[in-house]
Design a protein. Structure first.
Length: 166
């Protein structure tokens, strides 16, 4: 098995988890830049025309894994795999963002909900035919009273948590 290694870095206006949107849909169009290392720049060919892309990244500032967490949109402890909390056994994050432009190895993106300086692991195109299931159920999140949209410091460990989502 190949070890994961970053292919670039994500830059955003968010420097600390508290106050960061918990999902891109709540980011209010927040813009940032994805800088892909020169050795991977050729892999960005043909992204033009995709309105959205998936960013796969490392929660590099997340606290140690916890199997039970109180997620941002709840007050009840839940299994970590039923949440998007950053304190996971494998601290990998996933965000769908709007692709605004590409210049060489730099992508300008919007609807960004990731901390500045987050290591990028991969980019994949968002394909509505494959990625959208608008009528799917969402477990405990379907219940009323789940209004939280901005991160707080509940996943703060010894270091600030990265890319907190719910």
């Amino acid at each position: 098995m190949n070890p994961l290694r970053p292919i670039g870095v994500i830059h955003s206006p968010f420097t600390a988890a508290p106050g960061t949107p918990i999902q891109g849909v709540y980011a209010g169009g927040a813009e940032g830049e994805v800088v892909v290392d020169a050795e991977y720049e050729a892999g960005l060919s043909d992204l033009a025309g995709f309105e959205r892309i998936w960013l796969v990244y490392l929660f590099d500032r997340a606290p140690p894994a916890r199997l039970r967490v109180v997620p941002f949109r709840d007050t009840v402890e839940r299994g970590v795999f039923a949440t998007r909390a950053p304190s996971r056994p494998n601290p990998v994050g996933l965000s769908v963002v709007r692709l605004l432009s590409r210049e060489g190895g730099r992508l300008r993106v919007a609807d960004l909900d990731v901390l500045d300086g987050t290591p990028l692991l991969d980019i994949k195109p968002y394909v509505p035919e494959f990625d959208a299931f608008p009528h799917a159920t969402a477990g405990w999140l379907d219940r009323p009273g789940r209004e939280g949209r901005i991160a707080d410091d509940r996943f703060r460990g010894s270091a600030d948590s990265s890319g907190t989502r719910q």
